[in-house]
Each structure stands twice: as structure tokens, then as C-alpha cells.
Design a protein. Structure first.
Lengths: 370, 216
């Protein structure tokens, strides 16, 4: 055993054990069984009440597939409490699966921190002085909030060609992991060094993915201190997304006076939103009557368009920010995956798995079962 | 290969035809009452007359297009071309190749050239072109307008001289596939906001730039 390894138990960080365990999707009892320990011991290691011996630490490192240095105290550690993520449908998944995903975000946040030592990323300038949206706020307040953001970001009132690029330019980290869960679409968190927006790659629908991204942006901006997942919070975020993507004054000029599918097809292509969102917005803005909206919904369902809409607007938007930063590091500084992995003490293959979520295009991505 | 003559290959013509027919369908969908004895026949007749009204009204505003109503049917002229509007089916799934006008109206009679007219048309017609077209619309009282196709009166004739085959079929609008005439929304006033990719720079370069800025 080297001197360095002998020093490690003294510097042992229980939080790192929690991360490694959850990253592998294991319960304390399962780790304990692998090492002939008790679940209570594992719990005490994680809470920092006791420290493992050198040999136990070596076994832990081997069993969990992380180098012993990973468990060392001293590196900045991001903590992502489950109650600070706007999860929506993820709430129906198991705690272990959710924790596993959150740990991936924690580690990815660390990767970004290390990348930022070499590369300057856009400053996160999400407005912090916006009034929170409260339960019972009228729709007009939400419409104003959406227009307020458009004005601050000098976006005018036209269709936005890429929501993902927009939020990335304002310092939000966007990731598109394959979650392997049909009911999961997106979630976000502001608990880490940079706000993160997670869009499921499982849904191959560009219009819905854009709407999800804007919905999550609403949470990041306006729902700091509310209980994530409440029905009114979700409703407000939907309303914000609709108003932000389809400003009332601009859309009303283009909505047909009467229901016309060809016109709505054109609008879908131009505004890059789903037919469902357009119809709902049209009803909200009073262009479609309740009956007209109902008839359109019936027609839409009869055609099977609620499952697969007509008018293809292309592939979902992909994040590019971290990919560009990593490419810059590799080409200009010669810092590749191996070195970065060594800096953050994770195996290179795990780093590749982590950053696969932020790669654009159809690169092979690991599935994070949720 | 399309047999569409140049005077018909214009977006505003297709757009206006579809819009006029859409209005004809919608107006009669609203008025349709099955419990008052309305049926597919009455709906078809109403759409026919509303089509004369709405299509004629909107086409009249287009340059180079003239319309007249003869025998309660719309006679459309665009350059060398003659168009007649006819309901050819109930849905977009009806096979356009085997859908023909079954009555003895003007569209069906497009196949029967008078000798003089035939000679004049033959002179004006260039190789590979068809000058007589039926604006075939497909729809019903429940689902409304489902498809609109320009169908060229070709050389195939039944024994009575009516059309028995189409020379060409051009889809202007098909609700199932989303095919539609190319048109830009009329009241577009806001341009698309193009968002560039986020910028990244090496920390050292960015620091130097900031330093330069401070010095200047």
C-alpha cells in the first residue's frame, strides 16, 4: 500500500460514498452484502460518523468501480437534494432511481466546474429579480412575466428558432439523457453551481421538447421556493411556456379566423410548437371557442394525431455548450477525457457516460434506467 | 413528371382554391342537420353551390384569373387553361385515379371537345401539357374538407365521351399527410428570432481580451 493510499481513510468523505453507491443504483444493504458489512456501517460511513479502514476503503472502491481517490475529501462537491428538482412525472419513479439520476447531475456539475477552469462558458444571467409566481396568480400576470423575459433578452415577438441554444447562451446547462422511462419528459434544478435543464431523449418530438424546455425555464425563473410538482406550479409553467413561445399579440395576427387545419399546419411549422399547444393557445386567446376546440380535439384524436402529429418540424434541439467546451479543451489545450477524468477522480468510461448526455447528434448514449 | 402548364404553377391559385373550398365546407358543416333530412346528397349539392360562391369570389381577386358562372357551375380560366370544380370523393383515402365526375355536369363534359374547340386547344397545347383540369375536392359533412387535387383531363374517354382516366394528378391539400399548398401566412409581421450557438473561449484568451478592453 502506498503512502498516498494510507492517507486516504483519514480524508474519507462519506458524501462520496453516497455518490458512488447511488451512481451504481445500489442500496446500503446491497453494498453491505458485497463487503460483508452491515447496512448500518455503510450508513455511518456515509454520514461521516466512522471512517473505513484502508482495506475496507479499497474493497469499497473496487466494488463500486471508482478509484480510492474519488472518496477523498477536499474537492468541491455539489449536492442535489431531491426536493429541489422540478420533477413532474419523475415523482412516480422510485426514490433509488431518482437519486441515481440526481447523482449523475451532481457529478456532471463537477465536470462542468473542472471544464470552467480551462474554458470560459457563458455567464449564467437568468434574471434573479423577477417576482415569484404565486398560487392564484392570474393568467395575465404569467403572460406579462413571459413578455418581460422576452424584452429583457431582446427577443422581440417572433418565433424562436432554438430554445435550447437560447438557454445555453444564458448559462443554463442542458442535458438530454436517455432516461428509459416513457412517462418522463423533463425536469430542472437550480441547486447546483449552474442551473440544469434535463430533457429526456426518449421522446423524439421536437415541438414537445421545445415546450418542455420552456416549461422548465419557467420553473428556474419563477418557482424557487415552491413545492416542486404541485398542480398549480405545473399549470403556471405551461402557461408561461405557451406565452413565451407564442406571444399573444403576434400569434393572434396569424391565427385563422376560423378553424383551418392547413393554416394550423403552417403555424406549427413557423412557430415550431405542437398542434396541441397551438390549439390550446388559440382557445386561451379566444380565437377558438370551447366547442371549436373540442371539435378540433375530437378530430385530432380520430386521426391519431394525439399520438403522432403531422407536419414534421425536424429533430429535437440538441445541447452544444459543453460539447463545444470539451472540443476546445481537446484541440487547443490537449486536455482529453483521460486527463479530465483523472482531475475529477472518476474512471474515464464513467466520464464518457456522463458527458454522452450533453453530446449533440445521435451519439451512442448510455441508458439511465428510471 | 408534372403536366402542369406554367400558368397553373402558382401558389396563390392553389391556396385560393383550397381556401374557397374550405369555406364552402365549413359553412355547410355548420348548417348540416341529419335530423332535418340532410344527407350526403344535400351536403354535396350545398357544397357545390357554396363552392361556386366562395371560390368564385376569392379567385376573382387574383390577377390573370377569370371566372364566370354558367349553368350554376363555375367556369375558371387561367391563361390557356380551363378549370372546373367538382366533388370527387368523401375522404382523402378515395383513390383519385379512379374518382371521376359521375353526373353529366360541366366537369364530366370536359372530356367531350367540340370539334372547333379541340382544334384551338390542340394548337395552344404544348407537348407534355394538359390544359383542362378538374379541381377535385374530397370531403364530407362530418370531417369537412379532406383533400383538394388538380386532376388533368387526359386522353382516356369512356364510350359516352366522359373522362375515364386522368392525365395527371397534383395534390394541393391532403389533411392526412399534411401536404398543402405552399403559402406564407398572410399576416406575418414578426420575423423568426435566430439564436446563435453559445460562445466558449479559453480562459487565458478571454482574460487577455478583457485586459485589452480595459487598456483601450
Amino acid at each position: 500500500m502506498t503512502d498516498e493510499q494510507r492517507l486516504i481513510p483519514a480524508l474519507f468523505d462519506g458524501e462520496r460514498l453516497r455518490q458512488a453507491r447511488l451512481y451504481r443504483g445500489l442500496r446500503k444493504q446491497e453494498v453491505a452484502s458485497l463487503l460483508n458489512l452491515t447496512a448500518a456501517s455503510v450508513g455511518q460511513y456515509e454520514q461521516g460518523k466512522i471512517r473505513p479502514s484502508s482495506s475496507t476503503l479499497a474493497k469499497l472502491a473496487l466494488a463500486l468501480g471508482f478509484p480510492p481517490q474519488f472518496f477523498e475529501r477536499g474537492r468541491p462537491l455539489g449536492r442535489m437534494p431531491a426536493d429541489q428538482a422540478h420533477f413532474r412525472s419523475l415523482r412516480s419513479t422510485s426514490k433509488l432511481d431518482r437519486d441515481r439520476l440526481l447523482v449523475r447531475l451532481e457529478l456532471l456539475s463537477e465536470v462542468v466546474s473542472h471544464v470552467e477552469q480551462h474554458v470560459r462558458l457563458p455567464v449564467c444571467d437568468l434574471p434573479t429579480d423577477l417576482p415569484p409566481l404565486l398560487d392564484g396568480d392570474q393568467d395575465a400576470v404569467i403572460e406579462d412575466a413571459a413578455m418581460n423575459l422576452r424584452d429583457r433578452w431582446e427577443l422581440g415577438r417572433g418565433p424562436i428558432d432554438s430554445v435550447v441554444r437560447l438557454v445555453e447562451r444564458h448559462g443554463v446547462l442542458v442535458i438530454r439523457p436517455t432516461l428509459g422511462a416513457p412517462g418522463v419528459d423533463a425536469f430542472s434544478t437550480a441547486a447546483l453551481a449552474r442551473p440544469m435543464l434535463v430533457l429526456s431523449k426518449d421522446k423524439d418530438d421536437a415541438a414537445r421538447s421545445r415546450f418542455d424546455a420552456t416549461h422548465e425555464l419557467a420553473h428556474l425563473l419563477h418557482h424557487h421556493d415552491v413545492e416542486p410538482g404541485s398542480a398549480w406550479v405545473e399549470r403556471q409553467a405551461n402557461r408561461f411556456a405557451a406565452a413565451f413561445l407564442m406571444p399573444a399579440d403576434a400569434l393572434l395576427k396569424e391565427l385563422p379566423p376560423r378553424m383551418s387545419w392547413p393554416a394550423y399546419f403552417q403555424l406549427k411549422q413557423r412557430w415550431r410548437v405542437s398542434l396541441a399547444a397551438l390549439l390550446y393557445r388559440s382557445k386561451t386567446l379566444g380565437r377558438l371557442s370551447s366547442d371549436g376546440y373540442l371539435r378540433a380535439q375530437i378530430f385530432l384524436r380520430r386521426q391519431g394525431w394525439h399520438l403522432a402529429e403531422p407536419v414534421n418540424i425536424g429533430v429535437p434541439e440538441e445541447p452544444v455548450l459543453l460539447f463545444k467546451a470539451l472540443e476546445l479543451m481537446r484541440t487547443q489545450l490537449g486536455v482529453g477525457i483521460e486527463q479530465l477524468a483523472s482531475e475529477i477522480c472518476v474512471p474515464p468510461e464513467e466520464l464518457r457516460s456522463l458527458i454522452a448526455d450533453v453530446l449533440p447528434g445521435d451519439a451512442e448514449r448510455p441508458v439511465v434506467p428510471v | 413528371m408534372t403536366h402542369l402548364p406554367p400558368e397553373l404553377a402558382r401558389d396563390d391559385l392553389g391556396e385560393t382554391l383550397v381556401e374557397g373550398l374550405r369555406r364552402a365546407y365549413e359553412a355547410n358543416q355548420e348548417a348540416f342537420q341529419a335530423d332535418a333530412g340532410h344527407n350526403a346528397l344535400t351536403f354535396g349539392i350545398c357544397v357545390w353551390q357554396s363552392g361556386v360562391h366562395f371560390v368564385g369570389q376569392s379567385l376573382g381577386a387574383l390577377d390573370g384569373v377569370s371566372t364566370t358562372v354558367a349553368s350554376q357551375s363555375l367556369d375558371i380560366r387561367v391563361g390557356r387553361c380551363k378549370l372546373r370544380v367538382h366533388k370527387l370523393g368523401d375522404s382523402e383515402f378515395d383513390d383519385a385515379r379512379t374518382s371521376f365526375p359521375h353526373n353529366v355536369g360541366p366537369a364530366a363534359r370536359m372530356g367531350r371537345y367540340e370539334q372547333l374547340e379541340f382544334e384551338l386547344v390542340a394548337e395552344a397545347r404544348r407537348e407534355g401539357e394538359y390544359l383542362d383540369w378538374v379541381v377535385g375536392h374530397y370531403g364530407n359533412a362530418i370531417d369537412g374538407l379532406r383533400a383538394v387535387r388538380l386532376q388533368a383531363v387526359g386522353d382516356d374517354r369512356a364510350l359516352d365521351g366522359t373522362i375515364s382516366g386522368w392525365g395527371d394528378i397534383v395534390t394541393l391539400f391532403d389533411v392526412a399527410t399534411g401536404t398543402l399548398v405552399q403559402m406564407v401566412p398572410a399576416n406575418t409581421t414578426h420575423e423568426v428570432v435566430v439564436i446563435p450557438e453559445p460562445d466558449v473561449a479559453l480562459q487565458s484568451d478571454a482574460d487577455e481580451e478583457e485586459s485589452d478592453l480595459r487598456q483601450s
